[in-house]
Design a protein around this ligand. Structure first.
Ligand SMILES: [Cu+2]
Length: 132
């Protein structure tokens, strides 16, 4: 019995190790999570909340659905739908491995409603945020 419990513990530990690769535990503490057909994505801003006129970064984790392989990093941008303009900056995306990314160079120059747009595998996920 003791032996079997040990084997079970090892199996659980192995699962935890592989979980991020298998699409489980696709999350970051304090992140917003978006669910798509091809992938799910969680992101958080650093710092949070976003301050108008100040640079911020995005920490992102992307988890493809089973059977989907993502060969390119996700693309991320933001715009103000009501004003029909984007940012004056082009953020950079850096891969950290295991589906994690850090994107630097974000700046919202106006208060109001902004929309983040994330694209991977020909699918776009959006998230609206109100920034004052
Ligand atoms: Cu605007």
């Amino acid at each position: 019995m003791e032996k079997r419990r040990g084997a079970l513990r090892r199996a659980v530990a192995a699962l935890a190790l592989f979980a991020p690769l298998a699409g489980f535990a696709c999350d970051l503490a304090g992140a917003k999570r978006l669910e798509g057909r091809a992938f799910s994505l969680a992101y958080r801003t650093v710092p949070a909340p976003i301050r108008i006129g100040e640079h911020f970064a995005l920490e992102i984790v992307v988890c493809p659905r089973p059977g989907v392989s993502l060969t390119q990093p996700p693309r991320a941008d933001a715009w103000m739908p009501e004003h029909r303009h984007g940012m004056n900056y082009r953020p950079e995306m850096r891969a950290l491995g295991a589906g994690r990314y850090r994107s630097e160079g974000w700046l919202f120059h106006m208060p109001g409603r902004w929309e983040f747009v994330f694209q991977a595998a020909d699918e776009r996920l959006t998230d609206r945020v109100e920034v004052e």
